[in-house]
Structures are given as structure tokens and as C-alpha cells.
Design a protein around this ligand. Structure first.
Ligand SMILES: CC(=O)CC(=O)SCCNC(=O)CCNC(=O)[C@H](O)C(C)(C)COP(=O)(O)OP(=O)(O)OC[C@H]1O[C@@H](n2cnc3c(N)ncnc32)[C@H](O)[C@@H]1OP(=O)(O)O
Ligand SMILES: NC(=O)C1=CN([C@@H]2O[C@H](COP(=O)(O)OP(=O)(O)OC[C@H]3O[C@@H](n4cnc5c(N)ncnc54)[C@H](OP(=O)(O)O)[C@@H]3O)[C@@H](O)[C@H]2O)C=CC1
Length: 292
């Protein structure tokens, strides 16, 4: 299989932006697509800001920063991804939305192109099945914030070929990240363990066991977590947390994965965490303020 040089990304949200950032810095040519042109614009600004942070800390040089920015091409149309060697999908965590994207992508991407998904929880096998190339389809699950987190979970669907797996391995290595291989079961490894903990923290809040501050301080200082679970939920996005819990609940049919009703209510309210300006914290001011 030819070397991978051109990478397409679908979904210019927080994960798509982070993936574009690390890929461009590693020397890949990146084509960044989103349904929203504003999202692409905001994403490019975010990448530039985060590269600037790395430059300020002398982690990268000015030339490397400029070169990385120059390697990211905005693509308002999916057809602009046609000749990418691999396309990584990082759109909203919703199975029907992702299936629609993959059906459309199958029609526009050259037959040799590999498709990867950054899904947090959804069956790789089910997503691969709607494409014309289940053997060249794989889960490449980056962690948030992508420029900082060292792990990439790699998940083979039932039909994923060894060649496709080797491509994923090579990309992970070139990015300087470490790979953890997971079987294709709901939410894989990291979110199978992490998300029930976050959900339990929300139950603690819902049942009045503690305030937002007490729960987060408890886990930060009592268990040495870098962020409290409610702060982390806000950081990930409460819509994403709910989708992952729903996949665990439906896929494993065990009541221990029941999403907390407060998580459901916050998501219904559009209180999605940091990205919407309010979740378990209010982000309007300089310092996040607990809401309960
Ligand atoms: C939901 C899923 O499917 C899977 C997931 O991703 S689950 C989420 C996994 N992620 C986590 O658990 C993150 C937990 N939090 C942390 O590790 C840390 O709080 C953190 C790295 C995010 C920030 O660390 P911190 O010490 O509080 O802040 P700070 O000192 O400002 O930043 C540390 C570094 O991260 C960088 N950073 C912080 N936030 C960043 C962001 N949003 N984007 C890019 N870089 C960021 C900083 O520039 C800094 O870089 P250097 O070490 O190179 O100087
Ligand atoms: N958040 C996290 O911590 C992590 C998330 N992930 C996974 O990464 C994926 C993206 O998450 P995240 O970046 O947080 O989400 P965001 O909400 O930040 O971004 C999703 C982006 O996808 C766009 N989008 C929606 N529909 C389409 C479409 N049909 N075609 C192209 N773009 C589309 C959205 O546009 P619009 O806003 O206009 O709808 C938005 O810009 C999800 O699968 C999530 O589970 C994986 C690891 C960590």
C-alpha cells in the first residue's frame, strides 16, 4: 500500500481541529471539511492559537508553525476530499449522521482511499458496513485535547484488513503517539471505563451527594485526576457524553449504564458544556463558575 501523505478530515469541531493540528505538524497535507463554513474558519483560528501556544513555549519553531498552517486546506465541499489517501471522520457522535456521511464519502473518495472514524463509542463494523470498502475502514480514536494526549485507540471492525491496520499503526507512530488496540465493543476501552465514572459523578450531583465543586475537588485532590469528572464532562461535551452512555446502555443492555436524567436534561437544554458556554460550569466570565 502506498505511503499516506494526504489526509482528509470531516467535522471541524474540537476533535477535527486537534487532529488537523497534529497531522499538519507531522507533515501530512490536510484537507479540512465541515458542513459549516463558519466551523472551518473557527477551526483554523483554533489550530493557529494552539500552535501559537506551542511556539510561545518553544515546543515548535516559527517555521514549523507556518509550515503546519500552510498544509491545512479548508474544504467546504466533500468532493474536495476525492484524492485523499485517508479520510478521518470527526463529526457529531450520532450513528445516523455518521452513516449518511460514509454513504456520501464512498461515492466521492477514490477507491484506494482508506476511511477512519474518530467515533467515541459507535460500532466500527456497523459504520463500515454502509461503505463500499469495509476492509479499508478502521476506528482511529484520538483523545481530547489531541495535541496533548498521547493515546490513540485503534479499533478494527470485523472486516478491517491487516493492511489497513498497519496504515493506522504507521500514522500513530509518525504522530509520536502510543496505540492501544481495542476490540469493537460499545465505547471500546477508554470510554467503557471513563464514561460510567463521569455518569456516576453526575448521579452524585443529581442525588445531592455533593456540589459541583465538592465532586470535582474530591476527584482532583482525592484521586489525583487532572480535571474533576464534571469539568471533564463539560470539556468533552455533554451531548457527546450522553451519546456514549446511550451506546453503552443500548449495546450492553445493562442498567448500570443508564444515563443520569440530569445529563439528559442538560443536553436537552442545550447546556453542552464548554463549547456552548454553559454546562456544570458557567464559562461567561474569566473563571468557570459552578452552577450547582
Ligand atoms: C470522549 C472521548 O471519546 C475520549 C476522550 O478524549 S476522554 C478525555 C481525555 N482527556 C482527559 O482526560 C484530559 C484531562 N485533563 C488534562 O489532562 C489536563 O487538564 C489538560 C492537559 C487538558 C490541561 O492541563 P493543565 O495542566 O491544566 O493546563 P495547562 O498547563 O494550561 O496545559 C498543559 C498542556 O496542555 C496544552 N493544552 C491545554 N489545553 C489544550 C487544548 N484545549 N488544546 C491544545 N492544547 C492544550 C497546554 O498548551 C500545555 O502544553 P505544554 O505541556 O506543551 O506546555
Ligand atoms: N469531545 C471529545 O472529547 C471527543 C470526541 N470524540 C468524537 O469525535 C467526534 C467529534 O466530536 P467533537 O469534535 O467533540 O464534536 P463537536 O461538536 O466539537 O464537532 C463536531 C463537528 O462536526 C460537524 N458536523 C456535523 N454534521 C456534519 C456533517 N454531516 N458533515 C461534516 N461535519 C459535520 C459539526 O458542525 P455543526 O456544529 O454545524 O453541527 C461540528 O463542527 C465525535 O464522534 C466524538 O464522539 C472522540 C474523542 C474525544
Amino acid at each position: 500500500m502506498a505511503d499516506i501523505q494526504s489526509v482528509g478530515i470531516i467535522g471541524a469541531g474540537q476533535m477535527g481541529s486537534g487532529i488537523a493540528h497534529v497531522m499538519a505538524l507531522a507533515g501530512y497535507d490536510v484537507t479540512l471539511h465541515d458542513v459549516s463554513e463558519n466551523a472551518i474558519k473557527a477551526s483554523l483560528e483554533l489550530v493557529e492559537g494552539n500552535l501559537g501556544r506551542q511556539l510561545a513555549k518553544s515546543k515548535i519553531t516559527e517555521d514549523e508553525m507556518k509550515a503546519a498552517i500552510g498544509r491545512i486546506r479548508p474544504a467546504p465541499k466533500m468532493t474536495q476530499l476525492t484524492d485523499c489517501d485517508i479520510v478521518i471522520e470527526a463529526a457529531t457522535e450520532n450513528i445516523e449522521l455518521k452513516k449518511a456521511i460514509f454513504r456520501q464519502l464512498s461515492e466521492v473518495l477514490d477507491p484506494g482511499g482508506i476511511i477512519a472514524t474518530n467515533t467515541s463509542s459507535i460500532s466500527i463494523t456497523a459504520l463500515a458496513a454502509v461503505t463500499d470498502r469495509p476492509d479499508r475502514f478502521i476506528g482511529l480514536h484520538f483523545m481530547n485535547p489531541v495535541p496533548v494526549m498521547k493515546l490513540v485507540e485503534v479499533i478494527r471492525g470485523i472486516a478491517t484488513s491487516e493492511q489497513t491496520f498497519q496504515v493506522a499503526k504507521t500514522i500513530t507512530e509518525r504522530l509520536g503517539k502510543t496505540m492501544a488496540v481495542s476490540e469493537d465493543y460499545p465505547a471500546f476501552i477508554v470510554n467503557r471505563i471513563l464514561m460510567p465514572m463521569i455518569n456516576e459523578a453526575i448521579y452524585c450531583l443529581y442525588e445531592g451527594v455533593g456540589t459541583v465543586e465538592a465532586i470535582d475537588t474530591g476527584m482532583k485532590l482525592g484521586a489525583n485526576h487532572p480535571m474533576g469528572p464534571l469539568q471533564l464532562a463539560d470539556f468533552i461535551g455533554l451531548d457527546t457524553c450522553l451519546s456514549i452512555m446511550q451506546v453503552l446502555y443500548d449495546g450492553l443492555a445493562d442498567s448500570k449504564y443508564r444515563p443520569c436524567p440530569l445529563l439528559v436534561k442538560y443536553t436537552e437544554a442545550g447546556w453542552l458544556g464548554k463549547k456552548s458556554g454553559r454546562g456544570f460550569y458557567d464559562y461567561k466570565g474569566d473563571v468557570p463558575v459552578p452552577t450547582r
